[in-house]
Design a protein. Structure first.
Length: 360
């Protein structure tokens, strides 16, 4: 664990020069459309979407910064605004912390360090020390932001004399991934283990993670917002929080609203993962079957009406076959997230082309 300091103490200010990181990547709407740099929906969404969705959209889940530096030591400073900073099934490192990846000399992004706060407010952390020099001089880093908190004033500290460059935002068309708490990142151990983060590294392109814990019920207002964005593909993964009746009522209007503005963009409909305690609990399998049947009927109607770029991914294999991929039967652990991403990648590559990134 990184060395922490809860205040702007003199030791850190003497040892490091601080570089504000500005607007993160992984968002669809930049400033000034959003109220803060780490909001995931535009300000006008507040009057359009359910209040819980709006509040959750202010979490920085899936957002990240990229920078290059030749520093032998890296610190970070960030401010989180919401309590609690950890959940019963989610540590502070993912709920409210930072997760640092670094490129090796082959360009492969690999995990490097994590930082976590002990409470709300500003945390200063010495993330990584004794860094080996990169062959190219400047090593590229990716810093993932908290999954279940609001964050402000993210800055990187490097020793005096070290170079630091903010990397321009990737212009590659992003994938938009809309879903529930599972897409939100509950209950990853680190921010970089959430599915949008893993997919982004593997696909080699930005992934806009629009996961909303306890929500994502295919409100048509959200489809209208998402249709504003010029993306490479839409991934729709909403079944875990919907009833079969909601799927029957909402899935087709949601997709048709996307198609109104994005007639040819690939759309992948994803079935809900099978809960790992379904084998022992009455009615769970039936609920899965009813929701999936409703989604497949909507898919078949839309394809039958002429939608040639609508795709479907069945739940088989999403979490593996050993019931070991979740923390509570529903929310994946890091193991579960990695299994789901491994299952998703071939389907995504069919939509957006070969991977430009790498597994891991």
């Amino acid at each position: 664990m990184a060395e922490m300091s809860e205040e702007f103490d003199e030791e850190f200010d003497e040892e490091f020069g601080w570089h504000p990181l500005g607007e993160p990547e992984g968002r669809g709407w930049p400033m000034p459309q959003t109220l803060r740099m780490t909001d995931r929906l535009p300000a006008r969404a507040r009057r359009l979407v359910p209040e819980p969705v709006w509040e959750l959209s202010r979490h920085s889940a899936g957002l990240y910064h990229r920078f290059r530096t030749d520093a032998a030591e890296i610190a970070a400073r960030w401010t989180v605004n919401l309590e609690p900073v950890a959940l019963g099934h989610m540590p502070a490192s993912s709920c409210s912390g930072l997760d640092l990846y670094a490129a090796d000399d082959r360009g492969r992004l690999r995990w490097a360090a994590v930082g976590a706060p002990t409470g709300i407010g500003t945390t200063t952390a010495r993330l990584l020390t004794g860094i080996r020099p990169a062959d190219s001089g400047l090593r590229e880093y990716r810093l993932y932001l908290p999954l279940h908190n609001q964050v402000d004033d993210v800055a990187i500290g490097v020793p005096p004399g070290a170079r630091l460059e903010i990397v321009d935002h990737d212009p590659t068309p992003p994938v938009l991934y809309y879903g529930t708490s599972i897409v939100h990142g509950i209950a990853a151990s680190r921010c970089g283990m959430a599915m949008p983060a893993q997919l982004g590294r593997i696909l080699g392109r930005p992934v806009i993670g629009l996961g909303f814990s306890g929500n994502a019920r295919m409100e048509v207002e959200l489809a209208a917002l998402y249709a504003e964005l010029d993306v490479a593909a839409y991934l729709i993964d909403c079944l875990p929080n919907m009833t079969a009746e909601q799927v029957a009522d909402r899935a087709e209007p949601f997709i048709r609203r996307l198609r109104q503005d994005r007639p040819t963009t690939p759309i992948l409909l994803i079935e809900d993962r099978t809960m790992t305690d379904a084998w022992i609990r009455e009615g769970v399998d039936q609920g899965h079957a009813e929701r999936r049947a409703a989604l497949r009927r909507a898919y078949q109607r839309l394809v039958g009406s002429g939608d040639t770029n609508l795709h479907y991914l069945a739940a088989t294999g999403l979490l593996g076959a050993d019931d070991e991929g979740t923390v509570d039967g529903s929310h994946p652990t890091d193991l579960g997230f990695t299994r789901m991403v491994t299952h998703l990648v071939p389907a995504c590559q069919k939509l957006v082309g070969p991977a430009g990134g790498q597994v891991g």
